[in-house]
Write a protein that binds this ligand. Structure first.
Ligand code: HEM
Length: 414
């Protein structure tokens, strides 16, 4: 059945749209009327040589596609649903070397190696250091606030812990940490003119990070430490992971671990400040379910994509081999078939089978436990030291085709 309420030319990956808002009402329309819908695009607007993509909006279908990599490939056109008109196919080819954009069995091989750095034990070993950092980040933000107590929550609070966690994980020395932050911003913010990131600047940042990673690896080969780099370098010695793959993995960590967690924390704070009952509840009870609801509510990654490997059918739509399929996690996370009252921010929601970390299957977020830990730690620290935080201005949103990003959120500490 067609969906008359969706205007002609409406595109869920339009960066101007996402700069303004996440299109939740339009997702709701599609879930009800045409849950897998063809979205036409001008040729090459996304960087791909095709006429558009299928928008998958129901929780059940997003999960199905995610867990059937033999039918829906991450490698053919990468998992990124939209680059921009200027990107060349050669540049997309380079992206295909990142684990996020591999298919089994190649993906399985790389993931088995890198996941050694993300065992529950490895994450637990970071907890004390990160707890201390969370408290010190919040303390410093308070000290640096203006005379009126105002500061930018994004740069002073939300951005810091994810950055420090990745740096801690891969053993980046303290003095180099801002480099990683700078590079990861340059690689992810290519759609926002405020940052004026040209392809050259993005490519340069990627190159800098790869060469930084290589040097780090060489140092760890000389002198192994208890960090993920040492683990990956050991694997390289065994012939498991190539030098390039190692560099690309560090790139993936820098982008996947920073932007996502930073935006979850910012949206979570915004949700608390606009739902004071939930903030009061959090401060008094600190429910362990809060972090997952923050990720559902924020859904920092609005969508990723897959490409059909053969003709198939999904949610009533006939999908052709080679068609791109957009997995709209934001829509799945508001699906009333799965979530009671999905429009309510409820930090006691349990169970909470949200798809903010992906729809399951081989690519399910490798950093999920670390992200949940970071979110827990930072909100504990904020509730302890800034219990009376207030919103000073509306958040300024990032212009992006697939990230639910916030660039700035002015707040006042009490
Ligand atoms: C709230 C924070 C985060 C969110 C919302 C998030 C979300 C996601 C999503 C949606 C995927 C793709 C799943 C798929 O394609 O099926 C993913 C993959 C990934 N994430 Fe996260 N992520 C977060 C934090 C992190 C952190 C902290 C790290 C690492 C330090 C990380 C590392 C990765 C990696 C390496 C992958 C690729 C996995 C693969 O291809 O096998 N993420 N994440």
């Amino acid at each position: 059945m067609p969906c008359p309420a969706l205007p002609d030319g409406f595109d869920f990956t339009d960066p101007d749209l996402l700069q303004d808002r996440v299109p939740l009402p339009e997702f709701a329309q599609l879930r009800q009327t045409e849950p897998v819908r063809w979205i036409a695009q001008r040729p090459r607007v996304s960087g791909f040589d095709d006429a558009g993509y299928w928008a998958v909006t129901r929780h059940e279908d997003v999960k199905y596609v995610s867990t059937h990599p033999e039918l829906y490939s991450s490698h053919l056109n990468t998992a990124v649903i939209r680059f921009n008109e200027r990107i060349s196919r050669d540049q997309i080819e380079v992206q295909r070397m990142i684990m996020l954009n591999m298919d089994p069995p190649e993906h399985t091989r790389v993931r088995q190696i890198v996941q050694r750095g993300f065992t529950p034990r490895a994450i637990r070993s970071l907890e004390d250091a990160l707890r201390e950092r969370a408290h010190s980040i919040v303390g410093t933000a308070l000290e640096q606030a203006g005379p009126d107590g105002a500061f930018d929550f994004v740069t002073n609070v939300a951005a810091e812990l994810p950055l420090q966690a990745i740096a801690e994980l891969i053993g980046v020395p303290q003095e180099d940490r801002s480099k990683i932050f700078d590079w990861s911003n340059k690689m992810a913010a290519y759609d926002d003119p405020e940052y004026a990131i040209t392809e050259e600047i993005g490519a340069e940042a990627a190159l800098e990070i790869v060469s930084y990673a290589m040097n780090l690896a060489a140092a760890r080969k000389e002198c192994p430490a208890k960090d993920i780099v040492s683990q990956l370098v050991a694997a390289e010695d065994e012939g498991n992971l190539s030098g390039d793959e190692f560099g690309f993995f560090v790139i993936l960590l820098a982008v996947a671990g920073n932007e996502t967690t930073r935006n979850a924390i910012t949206h979570g704070m915004h949700a608390f400040l606009t739902h004071p009952d939930q903030w009061e509840l959090y401060k008094s009870e600190r429910p362990g379910t809060a972090a997952e609801e923050i990720v559902r509510w924020a859904t920092p990654v609005v969508s990723f994509q897959r490409t059909a490997t053969q003709d198939t059918e999904l949610g009533g739509a006939k999908i052709k081999r080679g068609d791109r399929v957009g997995l709209f996690y934001s829509s799945a996370n508001h699906d009333p078939e799965v979530f009671e009252n999905p429009g309510a921010f409820d930090i006691t929601r349990d169970p909470n089978p949200h798809l903010g970390f992906g729809g399951g299957g081989p690519h399910f977020c490798l950093g999920k436990s670390l992200a949940v830990l970071e979110i827990d730690l930072i909100f504990h620290a904020i509730a302890d030291a800034m219990p009376d935080l207030r919103l000073a201005a509306d958040p300024r949103r990032l212009r992006s085709a697939w990230l639910n990003g916030v660039k700035e959120m002015r707040v006042t500490a009490g």
